[in-house]
Design a protein around this ligand. Structure first.
Ligand code: GLC
Ligand code: GLC
Length: 837
């Protein structure tokens, strides 16, 4: 069953009943001010950092679900009846309800008691504020007399402290209310130079800023005393829980409409000009007033909304497809690209499953996010690459996470996740292929953010590879460290007391346990390095000898042959010690025992090495890759996606760590960890098996799962990190939606490998590997400033194999669209078929 439907024309998902299985959310903001908003107006907002600069409060893991948000109440002043136009928090049944989640905005519409409302919420580009445009229409035959109450609860900035340190924070809240604007200025008197404000376009009947006065003690947001009585208390908060509520009176004749605008904003003042007058404790409002005035005008708000639409039109216009499959089209053209962008912005910080107070930006995660995002805003990808590389350590290893506000590596987690550096190689090479910005390799970047330690970015990449070469184990495979991509495979941490960290309580010397996954990843990244260096050697690309010497390499520039050799040595090691006969093994533990092998009773076959090794090219030509992928199909594939391993671990194994802590079927213990599924899709395309690649793509495609709403439960417009595996009682149920590497990797799998359009150093490759049932597809891809209109014909109904390509009407050899095309638009036509001879 469904809870809504897609409106592809408007790029919206339309939710048609408020009681979705879980709150179905959207994100507001794209630069520094962000918000999460659910289909019933739940959620919260923050400036840059969801932990340190949180504007409004949200109660995670609460009952009823989804408490805290951008609430409005309407009250019929004649009858005293009141309700929430977003259903929550009063849950008064509405006659009509609809929520439209769009690109950076959400519109909630409803109707009750003859009053129609529509609230459009979004963050104008370039601003640190959100607008709520509320339109009220009297659809009844008689005049109406309404009270409108707004309500938000301020968070006292540091969300962690706000939720824990009550002995302090019950005493620090401070407000100002001036000309109907509610200013939240907790801690402004001391070290903060920022405040929040909540403004309304109308004259107020009253206001509230004290939670207890507004709700009444022992009452909830579902029945605020002020709303019930229709009388605001007009009191100013001192300590306790500051809130913001405006009370507006609206009289509408039959058929009449009115718009009210609310602004929730964040503002910083210069440190030496915080107060007005200077010797007072009153906020200087001269700098914020013009902003408030501007956005309280509906023409300005409408213009800002139109600008936001244009922004997304431009971004999403960079890669569009029209294929025979509607699910593919809407994910590629709209939702998957959008989710990739959100993931890039948020990393894994703030969702309805990530509280915003946990981890910062992941090194591995952010590098992978970039793979799906780089063609959208390459400038931001560049900045992110340099930030990430600056948290790398001189050893070539990296801090596993860093804080977005300070950009410093996070010491609590530290380093030693031995796969980390290789993702930087993949991100940088993807960036250069997309942009041709070879100059980035010359950019000086420090290690561990230490001034004076800078080397060109290129040397960082050399150190990434060297890091693994310096850490090989007894079989010559890479040592795993704290974990590899699978954070929960902790072979050096024998954790036996509750609460101990599985990743950081390292109590083995780490010189034994090895990862076949990292070995495969190494082959992939060393081959990327070889390709990159080949081009530097050929000297055509601006990083000539003289330039590399200018940039202070402390390493010699290693020849491409070095990287090719390193890759093929590692490949031989995998064949000797990482191949199990029918699939790739997973690891060797601290006792040198194999994992992911026929020898194991549990954890006999894992998905990760099958995906990554075949992506790196292992066994593609000799049948072994096919064997590995057939084993995946036989042992791991389910109708809801491919599980991480089998058989699931039935109990906790001290020597394996967190992976065996989860009950069977969940998370890394044999859940469908969606992030890894696209690796298998890509691997299948390496073998030319487009039917199977696309079948796997469809199994986890959220749009294709829309009908399974009651089982899937999470949003049908974005990927979730996990779907419960076949060992779980809830097989098919999704969890942890939105912030997951699944977004970027599925985007890469479908756009670059199934549709087969991918950036390379020398041009745009068009090499589709599609379902044989397709008669073709069309796509538009902006690449290096040119617009490629790509038409693929598949008259013989094959999966793969380009037999002819035409560019602007002339036949061209091969299937690479070269770089030296004239500016403007080009028509690329491709025919798939069976090659003769
Ligand atoms: C989470 C982490 C990611 C890790 C994965 C598997 O998604 O963010 O870094 O690779 O889990 O453990
Ligand atoms: C936990 C999660 C795992 C995630 C890791 C990140 O172990 O189970 O999915 O990758 O935290 O640190």
């Amino acid at each position: 069953m469904r809870f809504g439907h897609f409106d592809d024309e408007r790029r919206e998902y339309v939710i048609t009943r408020p009681d979705t299985p879980l709150p179905w959310i959207n994100y507001l903001g794209s630069e520094s001010y962000f918000g999460l908003i659910s289909n019933t107006a739940g959620g919260y907002s923050f400036y840059k950092d969801a932990r340190l600069r949180r504007l409004t409060r949200y109660r995670y893991n609460n009952s009823p679900l989804d408490m805290g948000g951008r609430y409005l109440y309407l009250r019929d002043n004649q009858t005293g009846k009141y309700w929430s136009p977003s259903w929550m928090p009063t849950r008064v049944k509405l006659d009509e309800y609809e929520c439209r989640h769009g690109m950076g905005y959400t519109i909630i519409q409803s109707k009750l008691n003859g009053i129609r409302t529509s609230t459009r919420t979004f963050v104008p580009l370039g601003q640190s504020l959100e607008l709520w445009q509320l339109t009220l229409t009297n659809d009844s035959a008689s005049d109406s007399d309404l009270s409108v109450f707004s309500a938000i609860e301020f968070c006292l900035w540091d969300a962690n402290d706000d939720a824990t340190n009550f002995q302090r924070n019950y005493s620090i809240g401070q407000m100002e209310i001036v000309d109907g604007v509610i200013y939240h200025k907790t801690e402004y008197r001391e070290r903060r130079d920022h405040f929040a404000y909540f403004a309304c376009s109308e004259d107020l009947v009253g206001y509230d800023t004290i939670r207890e006065d507004f709700l009444g003690s022992y009452r909830g947001w579902n029945e605020p005393q002020v709303v019930e009585s229709g009388k605001s208390s007009n009191t100013e908060a001192h300590g306790w829980q500051p809130i913001g509520s405006h009370h507006v009176n609206v009289k509408l004749k039959a058929g009449e409409s009115k718009q009210i605008i609310f602004i929730l904003g964040y503002h910083e003042n210069p440190k030496d000009d915080k107060f007005d007058p200077p010797d007072s404790q009153t906020i200087n409002k001269r700098t914020v007033m013009p902003i408030i005035k501007r956005f309280l005008k509906s023409e300005e708000a409408d213009q800002a909304f139109a600008d936001l639409r244009t922004y997304w039109d431009n971004l999403l216009g960079k890669y569009t497809v029209s294929s025979p499959d509607a699910h593919t089209n809407r994910m590629v053209n709209i939702w998957n690209a959008y989710q990739t962008m959100i993931t890039f912005n948020m990393s894994r910080s703030a969702s309805y499953f990530e509280s915003g107070i946990g981890r910062g930006m992941g090194f591995r995660d952010s590098n992978q996010d970039l793979l799906g995002f780089v063609h959208l805003i390459p400038e931001r990808a560049r900045e992110r690459i340099l930030d990430l590389a600056a948290t790398q350590l001189p050893s070539g290893g990296a801090y596993h996470q860093y804080q977005p506000l300070t950009k410093r590596g996070n010491n609590d987690v530290g380093s030693g996740f031995n796969d980390d550096p290789h993702w930087l190689v993949l991100a940088v090479t993807a960036y250069i292929k997309e942009t041709g910005d070879w100059g980035i390799l010359n950019q000086p970047v420090p290690y561990d953010n230490q001034p004076g330690s800078e080397t060109p970015l290129f040397e960082h990449l050399q150190r990434c590879i060297q890091y693994t070469l310096d850490r090989l184990g007894p079989h010559g495979l890479p040592l795993i460290g704290r974990a590899d991509w699978n954070d929960c495979l902790n072979l050096n941490c024998f954790s036996d007391s509750p609460g101990q960290s599985f990743q950081t309580t390292t109590n083995k010397d780490g010189k034994v346990a090895e990862s076949v996954f990292i070995a495969g990843l190494f082959v992939l990244s060393a081959r990327e390095m070889a390709e990159l260096v080949k081009r530097i050697e050929s000297d055509a690309l601006g990083l000539s000898k003289s330039q590399t010497s200018k940039v202070n390499l402390t390493f010699d520039l290693r020849p491409s042959t070095f990287y090719m050799q390193a890759a093929s040595d590692m490949e031989s090691t995998i064949w000797s010690h990482g191949w199990d006969g029918e699939w790739f093994r997973r690891a060797y533990d601290d006792f040198r025992r194999v994992l992911g092998s026929k020898e194991n009773d549990e954890g006999r076959i894992f998905i990760e090495p099958q995906g990554i090794c075949v992506m790196a090219g292992l066994g593609v030509d000799d049948g072994r890759a096919q064997k590995a992928l057939d084993s995946v199909e036989m042992h791991l594939a389910t109708p809801h996606g491919i599980v991480l391993q089998q058989p699931a671990f039935s109990k906790y194994y001290l020597h394996l760590g967190e992976i065996s802590s989860y009950p069977p079927g969940y998370k890394e213990n044999a859940g469908i960890f969606c992030h890894t599924n696209p690796w298998i899709m890509i691997a299948e395309t390496r073998l030319g098996r487009g039917d199977r690649a696309f079948d796997y793509y469809t199994r986890i495609n959220p749009s294709a799962r829309e009908e399974l709403g009651e089982l899937h439960r999470c949003e049908p417009y974005v990927y979730s990190q996990m779907i419960a595996g076949k060992d779980a009682p809830t097989h098919g149920e999704a969890k942890n939606s939105w912030l997951t590497g699944t977004a970027a990797w599925n985007y890469v799998a479908i756009t670059q490998w199934i549709l087969g359009i991918r950036a390379e150093y020398d041009g745009l490759r068009v090499d589709p590997c599609i379902p044989s049932a397709w008669d073709g597809f069309e796509a538009t891809r902006t690449f290096r400033g040119r617009v490629m209109r790509i038409v693929v014909h598949n008259p013989e109904r094959v999966c793969k194999g380009v037999v002819k390509m035409m560019m602007d009407g002339s036949v061209v050899e091969g299937n690479l669209v070269p770089l030296d095309l004239a500016a403007g638009e080009h028509l690329i036509e491709i025919w798939l078929g069976v090659k003769n001879g």
